[in-house]
Write a protein that binds this ligand. Sequence first.
Ligand code: E4P
Length: 214
Amino acid sequence: MAIFLDSAKLDEARQAKNFGWVYGVTTNPSLMAKAGVEPEIVLKGLAELQFHQVYYQLVSQDMDGMMIEARKAAELVKNGLILKIAPTENGFRFVAKHGKDFPCCITAIFDPAQALIAREAGAKYIAVYVNRTTKQLGNGLALVGELAKVLAGSQTEIVAASLKSRKEAVDAFLAGAQHITVPCDLLANLSIHPLSVQTVDQFNAEGIGICMNS
Ligand code: E4P
């Protein structure tokens, strides 16, 4: 199980690193466009924060271009790079050919058949877009469950992405995703519940503990 920040903003990545339990960061070209700095700066900044994993999505579409971009990303990220690969013919081809040199996540998966190919190609991860699937196909969590069945016993794990609420994140994990990636605001709120705040306030107001000044 791993929880990721879904963002390319370095201030949000620093906030996530400071939580102490965030495993890594996932990005995509749209998130990179919102980062406020060039992708090279984003990747250098994420490398400095020393997460376990950093997901970078290739924008090149031909095999040679993908390899050049992959090598540049590896130079920038140094440790823990996971290449996000679009589920295109060349994308699956790249994973099948280079998946042992570059751990890959085939992203934007919307059908179990794509997961079958990802599994055969040797992808380490697939990313399923839960909220987008629910909005456009009807039930993102059901898709997670189907993907989990297709990938059972394989080396390919599921990263649930496109998560917009606490419930959606938890339900995706319960449906069979091994990992989740969430926006910064949701990440900051996963651990907070109003009754927990109320209970701790009560303890602080009336409770006692080891005397700290003895
Ligand atoms: C992972 O990084 C995905 O690209 C991202 O979660 C997609 O989320 P969205 O549906 O809000 O774009």
